[in-house]
Design a protein around this ligand. Sequence first.
Ligand code: NAP
Length: 295
Amino acid sequence: MTERIGFIGLGIMGRPMARNLMKAGFTLTVWNRSQPGIDELVKEGAAKGSSPADVARRSDVVITIVGDSPDVEEVVLGPRGIIEGAHRGLAHVDMTTMSPAVTRRIAERLGEAGIEMLDAPVSGGQQGATDGTLSIMVGGREETLERCRPVLGAMGRKIVHCGPSGAGQTVKLCNQIAVALTNLGMCEALVFAARSGIDPRVMIEAVSAGAGTSWQMENLAPRIVERDFRPGFKVAHQGKDLRLALEAGERVASPLPGTGLVQQMFAALETDGLGEEGTQALVKALERLADLEVQ
Ligand code: NAP
């Protein structure tokens, strides 16, 4: 039987992910808080649900990718939320990056209503979402993952079962720690090159071919040189992820000194009103300290 899919959250990530599900032949019912995301997907063949509960009622597997933990709580447990559309066999796959502890609480509530939940946050950015090549980190029951694997396979290339409920979110936070610190390393290298009178493009070309390369060096550094700060991944979302990592780190007494530092820098960018820019805007925090602009 082909699963009927519900999709909630049609932002930078959700839209291309939903599109890939349709390309793979799944029928889709979508819902988004604001209208533009809905219009685009409906034009391409999706049906429109009137609320998360309505989407759940009309689906076998309902996917969410919204902002943060309170947003997931709202669309799942709030008024006209997914839980109100509970029916036999319904599975919920949450692909938002959110708190592992809150994930476990939501999974428990859904379990009481007979809904299986997977946490399945993703890495690979807007490009990975568009290309269907995301890395998907899954927490929850293995049987539920096996049932949902073909659905996840339409959006990602690598699907890893990380452990029980919340484990996918914990691994995603590991990813975010690594991503943010690599971003800081790339930005420091750019500012240092500029201050030393080296053409940043030359630095990027040479370092990208050596051990100093990274996804950030190859993808974000060229955008900084072009002064392109449009978001693939927003400063506000990265700040949220680092706060989640610090909270989770404190809970298990894991030292995260580098994460603390880069979280403070992202917080400063948000205070400066740059929350909607892409995470390459991290360079602006360093540029202010150095009193120069990387061009
Ligand atoms: P985005 O462009 O800001 O989209 C967020 C979506 O969630 C929008 O459709 C928004 O609706 C909806 N939403 C937010 N709060 C809601 C609420 N309370 N109730 C209902 N809908 C709500 O963000 P994104 O970049 O797609 O990221 C989505 C999630 O994926 C985040 O958790 C992010 O950390 C994670 N993520 C992002 C990337 C990336 O590179 N962008 C990569 C991996 C993971 P409206 O349209 O009404 O605002």
